[in-house]
Ligand binder design. Structure first.
Ligand SMILES: NC(=O)c1ccc[n+]([C@@H]2O[C@H](COP(=O)([O-])OP(=O)(O)OC[C@H]3O[C@@H](n4cnc5c(N)ncnc54)[C@H](OP(=O)(O)O)[C@@H]3O)[C@@H](O)[C@H]2O)c1
Length: 325
């Protein structure tokens, strides 16, 4: 009888907490037409879609693209309100020029939103196939570039008591692949957590987006496969022998199959999270984007490491030396 009463009380409390959370989560701000948002990596993928989505909502979007073609295509697809500029996030002087441009645009209002979205993945593959510069190439864009952009834009964001939205990944919680990508995304998680804590008292809010797997250029099996073959051909013969002659093609085949199974084409699932982080009265600290992130990867990241290791071993081939006779 007593345990029945306790169970009912707990269920009511949980239901109340969930309803309260949903209501709080749905509160939205207004006055978007007076708010500026700066997004990096808008040539393609999430950044490109977000720029158009926020533009349609009335935001003053400043979209940074890596290439002139990317910028021209985006400008042609958006309203005249949307401004584009060229930015390579590994170029500190370029970031300074972008800050100057944005300060002139925002004036005394400051910058409402910074979305650190630019990123690259390759080279990815077995860690032993990598050289130091392979790690640096990726870390420079995904982590050092993101930190540089954030630090340089911080005064403008502080002025507006704005939002920073950093794109990490479920690979910032689970190291499913070798190369600089996972370390860079773990770094984004950590940098964002410390930024959130230190800027909280100034009214600045920081959100982390953790997408699962989505079909964009970064997950293109052809690009990843070609790069894996490049890494393989530069390996010394004794290392190749330890993996076995067919290993690289087995790896490419299994990776292509896994990406085909896992990658969702509905990239709006990610941009909806980004939009929520910029428009909600109470933005979340973390957004898991995609069914695979919510149901597989994030839960897996809380389980003991041997479980995650087992899952990875199912997704990739075993080198010749590790195969049972
Ligand atoms: N797709 C996924 O499954 C997935 C999952 C988790 C996290 N993410 C993250 O989501 C973000 C966006 O990726 P996406 O999936 O939309 O792939 P994407 O289409 O390749 O977008 C990445 C963008 O970043 C740009 N970029 C690359 N290097 C840059 C640099 N040095 N400076 C400035 N811009 C640069 C790319 O330009 P170019 O196209 O000209 O190279 C591209 O526009 C990335 O941070 C990625 O790590 C993606």
């Amino acid at each position: 009888m007593l345990s029945h009463l306790a169970l009912t009380c707990v269920s009511l409390l949980v239901t109340f907490a969930a309803v309260r959370w949903f209501i709080r989560d749905s509160y939205k701000l207004d006055g978007f037409s007076q708010k500026h948002v700066f997004i990096t990596g808008c040539d393609s993928g999430f950044g490109n879609l977000l720029a158009k989505q926020l533009d349609r909502k009335g935001f003053k979007v400043i979209a940074a693209c890596l290439s002139e073609k990317g910028a021209a295509d985006l400008a042609a697809a958006a309203s005249p309100r949307l401004k584009t500029l060229l930015l390579n996030v590994t170029d500190s002087a370029g970031i300074r020029s972008a800050v100057d441009f944005v300060s002139r645009e925002v004036g005394e209002r400051g910058l409402w939103g910074l979305v650190n979205n630019a990123g690259r993945a390759i080279p990815i593959g077995p860690t032993e196939w990598m050289q130091l510069e392979d790690f640096i190439k990726v870390l420079d864009v995904n982590l050092v570039g993101l930190i540089d952009v954030t630090l340089q834009f911080l005064p403008l964001l502080k002025k507006a008591q704005g939002r920073v939205v950093n794109v990490a990944s479920i690979l910032g919680r689970l190291s499913l692949i070798g190369g600089g990508y996972c370390p860079s995304k773990y770094g984004v998680e950590s940098f964002s957590d410390s930024l959130r804590k230190t800027m909280h008292c100034f009214g600045l809010k920081v959100s982390i987006i953790e997408p699962g797997f989505f079909k964009t250029t970064i997950t293109s099996p052809d690009l990843i496969g070609d790069d894996l073959r490049r890494l393989w051909t530069r390996l010394p013969q004794d290392i190749r022998d330890s993996y076995g002659a067919t290993y690289v093609e087995d790896y490419v085949r299994m990776q292509t199959f896994s990406l085909g199974m896992l990658c969702s084409s509905d990239i709006a699932q990610v941009t909806r999270c980004m939009e929520h982080a910029l428009t909600a009265r109470y933005p979340r600290k973390r957004y898991a984007a995609g069914w695979d992130a919510k149901l597989i990867w994030i839960p897996l990241s809380y389980l003991p490491s041997f479980v995650a290791d087992f899952v990875v071993s199912m997704l990739l081939p075993v080198p010749e030396v590790g195969r049972k006779p």
